[in-house]
Design a protein around this ligand. Structure first.
Ligand SMILES: [Fe+2]
Length: 384
């Protein structure tokens, strides 16, 4: 048997217990039903692999074709991404352009006139409207707004960051979603105090310019206080959105959970939107590469929980994701689903009636009417 990778092994059933690969073709019973679908990751079966071995031996099956588990199904990911790009509904364009204009208005006012708390009320209004939109969307949206002029970048980016942050916060800390949206809109407020020739420079910054730019979180927090913001969570987002999980960020070098949760959420949203945006001096990073970077940097730059949430928010369920299905059963994703990442193979752990499943039951959602209803958590041994 051949495979595109040339890495398919014929593994005796008894050896499956120590073999952590991907089932290379459907394992069919004597009666023609699929016992284990192609694409199942053996490592994800855990102790259930013992049940599988017994079942296969009972069926008289002696060997299984297994592919080495060392690559991402990139073609599948590409086609999925195209699907998402072409099918997603975007945030109401009126709400988007209103948000962007209000942020621009706030920045312009800060540059040209006295700072008064009245400047803030249109932004808090917009944050409410934006949150309403976010709450009605089943999946996160990316590139929710496009930059038309280079000097608009800061405002469009603030809007996108707010939308993504609100979406993530709604799933991690629902009571804080509105704060996350407002903080997202204002996270780069300090850039209103950065000279325009640095802020809108059509090229990479020099070290000296970068140091000026790095003062924006502290300048932003000060400005926010002058605008009358006293919510410590909003202030923390503005001050701490460039802190890194491993402690190498700025301005305070905080690490891990010392960084407030909403700041960790905005940090992921901020980085994701910055990567996927085109600037005058850099091309947009493809969406899949940006998601990959966020996942790979989870645990170093980013809170790994927030990184994974970004991935599952796009409707991708990597092996190890614990999900609830439309019949209320609960299972663990054991394969990323081949060409359809929204319909992976699930190992059922809890039956629809709430009882624990004591038999080995694998379900290929591509062959089922059931669909994933909710992401519940993570039981993974490895990411993508
Ligand atoms: Fe920033």
């Amino acid at each position: 048997m051949t495979d595109l990778d040339g890495e398919v092994f014929k593994v005796p059933v008894q050896d499956l217990i120590s073999f952590g690969g991907i089932v290379a073709e459907d394992i069919i019973s004597a009666r023609g039903s699929v016992i284990i679908p192609k694409g199942t990751r053996l490592a994800m079966l855990g102790d259930s692999v013992l049940l599988l071995i017994r079942h296969l031996l009972d069926e008289g099956i002696g060997y299984v074709h297994v592919r080495r588990d060392d690559h991402v199904e990139q073609d599948a990911l590409d086609s999925f991404i195209d699907q998402v790009i072409n099918s997603n509904v975007i945030i109401d364009p009126e709400v988007a352009s209103k948000s962007i204009n209000e942020i621009k208005g706030l920045f312009d006012s800060i540059r040209t006139q006295h700072i008064t708390p009245e400047l803030l009320s249109p932004i808090t209004e917009v944050a409410k409207e934006l949150l309403e939109q976010i709450l009605t969307k089943p999946k996160i949206l990316f590139s929710v707004a496009k930059v038309h002029r280079w000097d608009e970048y800061t405002f469009v980016h603030s809007f996108n960051t707010a939308a993504i942050s609100g979406f993530l916060a709604h799933r991690m800390a629902p009571e804080s979603a509105e704060t996350a949206v407002l903080g997202g809109l204002l996270h780069d407020l300090g850039k209103a105090r950065i000279p325009l020739e640095i802020l809108n420079k059509p090229g990479p910054l020099t070290n000296e310019e970068f140091n000026v730019m790095k003062s924006h979180p502290v300048l932003g927090e000060k400005l926010a206080r002058e605008l009358g913001i006293d919510d410590p969570d909003v202030l923390a987002i503005i001050r701490s959105h460039h802190e890194r999980w491993c402690g190498s960020g700025y301005p305070d070098g905080k690490a891990g959970e010392d960084i407030p949760l909403l700041s960790r959420i905005v940090a992921v949203a901020d980085a994701f939107d910055a990567m996927t945006s085109e600037r005058s001096y850099k091309r947009a990073v493809p969406f899949r590469d940006a998601v990959n970077t966020i996942i790979v940097d989870g645990g170093t730059h980013f809170d790994p929980k927030v990184s994974r949430l970004l991935l599952t928010s796009f409707g991708m369920y990597p092996p190890g994701s614990v999900v609830e299905l439309s019949d209320k059963s609960i299972g663990v994703v054991v394969s990323s689903g081949g060409e359809d990442l929204l319909r992976p193979v699930i190992m059922i752990k809890v039956n629809p009636d709430g009882s624990l499943s004591d038999a080995l039951r694998l379900l290929d959602l591509k062959r089922s009417e059931l669909r994933i209803q909710r992401y519940l958590g993570w039981e993974g041994k490895r990411a993508l």
